[in-house]
Design a binder for this molecule. Structure first.
Ligand code: FAD
Ligand code: DHB
Length: 392
């Protein structure tokens, strides 16, 4: 087998890259470890920055998002069971954001990629990357048959647990990591969501109200990382969620049976560089942010944007100036976003070692933001998303 760009991983990063490249006439093949149904069943993210919205439209997958997604001008924050403020991204940046589930984005991408008949190989195993600084190729097994895919470039879009990052020699790679001592218990329920998204700081722990559609709500509560889903009956979950909100908001939450319940660990991680020879890492393969601030998917999509432009320049203009700057340009946005997600996490969660002093300074920080238009503007700018270089 032979192609121009081998894409490892058929999550949102890999599929958006595949679609954008195919539209430029650049040959590509996607290798995905799981079945299509498995990929589409992952719940995960729900919030798109406006830059992500525009990129998806540009890729030709904006129609359902524009019809079914819910545009918000801001997100609300509550703390200590009584104070609230609005992160007003529209007012401070002119940008809104869209509540539209990652599973819908992935569905839209799969539909568009299959329409143009780009090959997406599912259920492949033993993917290995070879000769990244020479005659690059990927080997894998499908239906028990060993295959070889020769290519000019490899896009490592295979998420945090993928193989692409491991193909970079340890002598070249530097990893930065922070693991948080708690998780998020997420619940999906067929109930009308609160009209706004809410981030909640409370002495019992963080909580979040989000949404997927008019009759589908997504909620999270911070929980010990040692908890298991079976420890959390629906009743316990709803009681805990509501107890963390200011009473007048908590009482407006409409409860119902959960249709999905899962616990996600929280982690910050960055690998440098994001390029080695013919290999370019995109999305969770290169970096993880804790979900507070809703940045992971958005960061994956901006990586894809940079790589798409670099590969297009290579094939259409015979120049590598963008590819040569890929790692540096992407990492600048990655680190700013890492800092924001770490800070939002630190500000809003209860940490096991936290003293009463730490708890007071957390509340004082939120009170300071509320009292300062400068601080509110900075928070809103970061929440709306850092600029993407040369967007347009
Ligand atoms: P992935 O989605 O992980 O896709 C990687 C793909 O590669 C997978 O399909 C996998 O099966 C495949 N793969 C792995 N290994 C191999 C292999 N060896 N060979 C072939 N294929 C392989 N982000 C936001 O922006 N907003 C949010 O609101 C938000 N909320 C979140 C809430 C939760 C609870 C979680 C867990 C995450 C959230 N995120 C959010 C983060 C977001 O989901 C991820 O950043 C996003 O999925 C990254 O996409 P990706 O395509 O890079 O990686
Ligand atoms: C979701 C929404 C958020 O604002 C966030 O920070 C993380 C996840 C969600 O809808 O899943």
């Amino acid at each position: 087998l032979k192609t121009q760009v081998a894409i490892i991983g058929g999550g949102p990063s890999g599929m958006l890259l595949s679609l954008l490249l195919s539209k430029e006439g650049i040959d590509n093949v996607v290798l995905e470890r799981s079945s299509r149904d498995h990929v589409l069943a992952r719940i995960r993210a729900g919030v798109l920055e406006w830059g992500s919205v525009e990129l998806l439209r540009r890729a030709g997958v904006g129609a359902r998002m524009d019809r079914d997604g819910h545009v918000h001008n801001g997100t609300r924050v509550a703390w200590q069971g009584e104070h609230t403020m609005l992160i007003d991204s529209k007012k401070w940046t002119g940008k809104s954001f869209m509540a539209y589930g990652q599973s819908y984005v992935t569905e839209d991408l799969y539909a568009a990629v299959s329409e143009i008949e780009t090959p997406v190989l599912h259920d492949v195993s033993d993917v290995q990357l070879h000769e990244l600084t020479g005659a690059s190729h990927v080997t894998f097994v499908q239906d028990g048959v060993a295959q070889r895919l020769d290519c000019d470039f490899i896009a490592g879009c295979d998420g945090f647990h993928g193989v692409s990052r491991q193909a970079i020699p340890a002598s070249v790679q530097k990893n930065y990591e922070k693991v948080y001592p708690f998780g998020w218990l997420g619940v999906l329920s067929e109930t009308p969501p609160l009209p706004d998204l809410w981030y909640v700081q409370h002495e019992r722990g963080f909580a979040l109200a989000s949404q997927r559609s008019a009759m589908l709500s997504r909620y999270y509560v911070q929980c010990p990382i040692t908890d298991r889903v079976e420890d959390w009956s629906d009743e316990r979950f709803w009681n805990e969620l509501i107890a963390r909100f200011p009473p007048e908001i908590g009482s407006a939450i409409i409860t119902g049976p959960s249709i999905e319940k899962s616990i996600a660990p929280l982690r910050s991680f960055v690998t440098e560089p994001m390029r080695y020879g013919a290999l370019f890492l995109c999305g969770d393969a290169a970096h993880i942010v804790p979900p507070t601030g809703a940045k992971g998917l958005n960061l994956a999509l901006s990586d894809v944007y940079y790589l798409w432009r670099g590969l297009t320049q290579h094939y259409q203009q015979g120049s590598d100036t963008l590819l040569d700057r890929y790692s540096e340009v992407a990492l600048d946005r990655v680190w700013k976003t890492e800092r924001f997600s770490w800070w939002m996490t630190s500000l809003l969660h209860v940490f096991p070692e936290q003293s009463s002093f730490d708890h007071r300074t957390q509340a004082a920080e939120l009170n300071s933001i509320l009292a300062s238009e400068h601080a509110q503007a900075w928070l809103a700018e970061q929440y709306a998303g850092f600029p993407v270089e040369d967007w347009g």
